[in-house]
Design a protein around this ligand. Structure first.
Ligand SMILES: Nc1ncnc2c1ncn2[C@@H]1O[C@H](COP(=O)(O)OP(=O)(O)OP(=O)(O)O)[C@@H](O)[C@H]1O
Length: 250
């Protein structure tokens, strides 16, 4: 996916300012940066959830705007920060929506197998017939991620997927992103606030500040005390842990 000269304003405020980068195929890319830096707005534009004011977004050299919705839904899946479903749905029914781009409303045996596989992946089998509005925040988050998994797309976009997850489930979530890339060849793009998760589990980091892309590079190049201080105005120490740069801050 190639992004070139992306702009977005809300009213008179430019919130995404001339952003260009290429998302490496089959790799995990984390988008980091302070609150309000424009990460979600970029994610929403590159998944066509919101319109861009200017710029080009190409998947395999075809502009995102030229894709039919049902074709796009077979290629990319997104988990946004705000999921509000007011219908009374069980986990299994929710996850089944992930198969809609492939099967419409008539799911076959193979689709249900994918649904159950995704539920099992997210360790949600015991909650399969529970209503989503009766789950804890973290359980609900895992149900939504199972829906994204069931969609089985080449591109997977996740906006703060570790929200609400405890340490066990959030590190599992990150391992799952690695698996998507290493074992299934998927291209994973995440918005993350936990920079050490970004450092340990992603291949590339896009660092945003004030609506602009401050730096886009490999993990080692972005995880420096200078870059992180410039982003967050906090002092950092970077240490190597099992070959990964880990940041300390308080
Ligand atoms: N629908 C909207 N209407 C007006 N302003 C908006 C809208 N959506 C986002 N913004 C503004 O755009 C800017 C970028 O927001 P965005 O959600 O992209 O930031 P972010 O980097 O994802 O932040 P966070 O880490 O807090 O989630 C913010 O100043 C925000 O207030």
């Amino acid at each position: 996916m190639k992004i070139n000269g992306l702009y977005k304003s809300f009213g008179t405020k430019i919130v995404v300012n001339d952003v260009s980068f290429t998302i490496p195929k089959g790799k995990v890319t984390a988008l980091i940066g302070p609150n309000g830096a424009g990460k979600s707005t970029v994610l929403n534009m590159i998944t066509r959830l919101i319109a861009r004011d200017a710029g080009r977004i190409l998947i395999d050299d075809k502009d995102l705007a030229d894709y039919q919705s049902h074709d796009l839904a077979k290629r990319l899946a997104i988990l946004t920060q705000t999921n509000h479903i007011t219908m009374k749905l069980t986990v299994r029914e929710l996850v089944a929506f992930g198969r809609f781009p492939h099967a419409g409303s008539r799911l076959g045996q193979a689709d249900w197998a994918k649904v159950d596989e995704a539920i099992a992946y997210m360790e949600m089998s015991e909650f399969s017939s529970r209503f989503i509005d009766e789950l804890s925040g973290g359980q609900r988050q895992r149900a939504y991620i199972a829906m994204v998994l069931a969609q089985d797309t080449e591109y997977v976009f996740l906006d703060e997927p570790t929200n609400n997850l405890d340490i066990y489930h959030s590190s599992n979530m990150m391992k799952l992103c690695r698996k998507f890339s290493d074992e299934l060849g998927k291209t994973v793009i995440l918005v993350l606030h936990e920079i050490n998760f970004a450092a340990c589990y992603s291949d590339y980091i896009g660092a945003f500040k004030d609506g602009a892309l401050y730096q886009f590079d490999t993990v080692d190049k972005v995880m420096t005390a200078e870059t992180l201080k410039a982003l967050y105005q906090v002092d950092f120490q970077i240490q190597q842990l099992n070959g990964k740069p880990v940041s300390l801050y308080y």
